[in-house]
Design a protein around this ligand. Structure first.
Ligand SMILES: *Cc1c(COP(=O)(O)O)cnc(C)c1O
Length: 224
């Protein structure tokens, strides 16, 4: 399989999953290529297959990819972001998928030139190894950061537990969707419905069925 074949397979599975979506109106789903473990040349092949959203998880990787790849790419930052690294990345990205604490939000407020689209990372499964807010704390957090004009809360992000079966994975995604629906209904300061960033190589079809708006896919692009 070439990278182009992989892109076609992913797009086909995404379409199929969208027809099964639990949401009444089938939302558009944005495909993000997570290029973190792959070279500029490999990422360029994905780009040449038509993908325009890319994600990195380290400042060095982001800076290197941006240097060599075309400038019409929408850049996403995934994974935990240390407060002291905010200034290196924040004005290079369009979306942050890992906002999970007030200290990070305040540092973004201090460093960002333009508002940054942020997903709040939620630890739905409760795994100790995972970053993210407890679902019960998200509402409070959104209120706490409401006054920060460089933070544009666009949605919620989660990861399914490792080693989970299909039901457990689906349950995680259902809970994130329900949380987004509840908060969207309750919080008038949210002027648009909270979007969902969920689904990776092994579970993106389940995530889309449960309402994902952004899927973050790495390995599935690059397998041989
Ligand atoms: C690495 C990573 C992905 C992509 O994972 P794959 O299994 O390679 O698809 C998605 N989201 C986050 C937060 C990641 O760290």
């Amino acid at each position: 399989m070439t990278i182009n074949d992989n892109v076609l397979v992913i797009q086909k599975r995404m379409k199929e999953a969208q027809t099964q979506s639990a949401r009444h109106s089938q939302p558009n789903v944005t495909l993000i290529c997570v290029s973190k473990y792959h070279s500029v040349d490999e990422a360029k092949e994905v780009y040449d297959s038509g993908v325009r959203h890319f994600a990195e998880n380290r400042p060095e990787g982001l800076i290197e990819k941006q240097q060599y790849l075309p400038d019409d790419i929408v850049w996403h930052y995934i994974g935990s972001l240390q407060t002291r690294k905010v200034k290196q990345v924040i004005n290079r990205i369009d979306y942050l998928h890992s906002l999970d604490r007030l200290k990070l939000a305040k540092e973004i407020q201090k460093r960002a030139i333009h508002p940054i689209n942020c997903f709040i990372q939620v630890n739905v499964s409760g795994e100790l190894s995972k970053h993210g807010l407890h679902p019960d704390d998200v509402k409070n957090f959104i209120q706490e950061i409401n006054a920060l004009d460089k933070i544009n809360v666009v949605g919620l992000m989660t990861m399914a537990p490792k080693m989970a079966n299909e039901n457990e994975i689906r349950q995680t995604f259902v809970e994130l969707r329900q949380l987004s629906e509840t908060l969207t209904a309750e919080m008038c300061q949210l002027n648009r419905p909270l979007q969902l960033s969920m689904g990776m190589s092994n579970d993106y079809d389940i995530a889309i069925e449960e309402g994902a708006n952004f899927v973050r896919i790495g390995q599935a692009f690059f397998k041989g």
